[in-house]
Design a binder for this molecule. Structure first.
Ligand SMILES: *Cc1c(COP(=O)(O)O)cnc(C)c1O
Length: 378
């Protein structure tokens, strides 16, 4: 067996991707050009939304969406702490307060049942995260948002291509944000995009990403406090080239997840992710297992590592990050489900080009590690 260390993830790259990037370089049009426009058009078409606005990352997209929604000091945004820190930091950037609601233990997503009791007269928005590609239970959330006149911003950074009853992630909220970091289903080096159906929101997003310039892009006329959140042509070219073959990319990830599912089904003490009710397509972002609480995760991580198999604690909850503890005084016990889930989840190596033999090696190593901890009944 080849015993080199496996990568946690890696992007997929083709000759077409390379040619698309080289074409932009040769064109000498490196910012705000035709490739960005083509990427945005193709992305809006793909998600079934009217507009898509390219930005420099998922994080800047989240911030631009929060700012575009007019969320500001003393406003509250209901969200989940079982996520990547950016989905909550974007609320802090506008001096608003995140209000964390606990998650559903099966889907790891914000539990709509907890939203009503978290609402106050300061609540302005809901910011659900489609964790690990699993789409949130959007219908009850949209109902609450309609009744209470709240903005809905989807963090769809992990869910490009996921579908709930045939509707794609990114088409449910007032705005939705995607990211194209190299470990995402499609990558642009760095990059992100915000989707929406309202032309006024799209105009505002385009202005904020480009220094607050007016719609005509008049170079030195700034009508808002803006930013440089532009997505460069080189990154857009890579993103567009990858989007052009997204069905193939998602199908190959689906196959890798299938190899894992098959082999882990009978492994005592190890739970796997199952699509939530109503899911018509799960776009696999990472492959996360849930260990039985009696299994010592640190020991498993260590045993895997010694066999050249990396794994990651995923997620470590936002409210328990040092910065959040210090600023807000958050402590353990505040979000029991989020905390219990985050103590038992573990991401295994996963990417588009993973081979069946590599999955086999990860699972064999995991089986041994779990067996040695006294849990393997098989
Ligand atoms: C990847 C990701 C983001 C955005 O990350 P960037 O690195 O800024 O592109 C935001 N939220 C979630 C949940 C993510 O997984």
């Amino acid at each position: 067996m080849d015993l080199h260390d496996l990568p946690m993830s890696e992007p997929d790259i083709t000759e077409d991707d390379i040619a698309a990037v080289v074409d932009v370089l040769k064109s000498k049009r490196w910012s705000l050009g035709p490739v960005l426009e083509a990427f945005e058009d193709a992305f809006a078409r793909y998600t079934g939304t009217k507009y898509a606005v390219g930005v420099s990352s998922g994080t800047t997209g989240l911030h631009a969406a929060v700012a575009t929604a007019g969320i500001g000091p003393s406003d509250q945004v209901v969200t989940s702490a079982f996520s990547f820190v950016a989905s909550s930091n974007c609320i802090l950037y506008e001096n608003a307060d995140p209000v964390f609601v606990d998650i559903d233990p099966d889907t790891f997503n914000l539990d709509p049942a907890g939203i009503e009791s978290a609402l106050t007269d300061r609540t302005r928005a809901l910011l659900p995260i489609h964790v690990f590609g699993q789409i949130c239970d959007m219908e009850p959330m949209l109902r609450i948002a309609r009744n209470r006149d709240l903005v809905v911003i989807e963090d769809a950074c992990e869910a490009i291509g996921s579908e709930h009853r045939g509707r794609k992630a990114g088409s449910f909220g007032d705005m939705a944000v995607f990211g194209f970091y190299p470990n995402k289903q499609i990558a642009a080096g760095e990059g992100g995009i915000v989707t929406c159906d309202d032309p006024a929101l799209a105009t505002r997003l385009r202005s904020l990403r480009n220094q607050g310039r007016d719609e005509m892009g008049t170079w030195l006329r700034h009508i808002h406090l803006g930013y440089n959140y532009r997505l460069g042509e080189i990154n857009a070219a890579l993103g567009l080239s990858q989007l052009n073959r997204i069905d193939d990319l998602l199908a190959r990830r689906d196959r890798v997840a299938g190899w894992y599912n098959e082999r882990l089904r009978d492994l005592d003490g190890v739970g796997t992710m199952t699509p939530a009710p109503g899911t018509t397509r799960l776009s696999w972002f990472v492959y996360v297992i849930r260990l039985h609480p009696t299994i010592d995760r640190t020991t498993i991580i260590d045993r895997l590592q010694r066999a050249g198999v990396p794994s990651r604690i995923y997620f470590s909850p936002i409210h328990l990050q040092p910065y959040y503890r210090e600023r807000f005084g958050y402590r353990e016990g505040m979000l029991p489900v989020t905390e219990a889930v985050s103590q038992t989840t573990l991401a295994l190596p996963f990417h588009t080009n993973m081979k069946e033999a590599e999955v086999e090696r990860v699972v064999a190593t995991l089986r041994k590690a779990v067996g040695a901890s006294g849990r393997d009944g098989g």
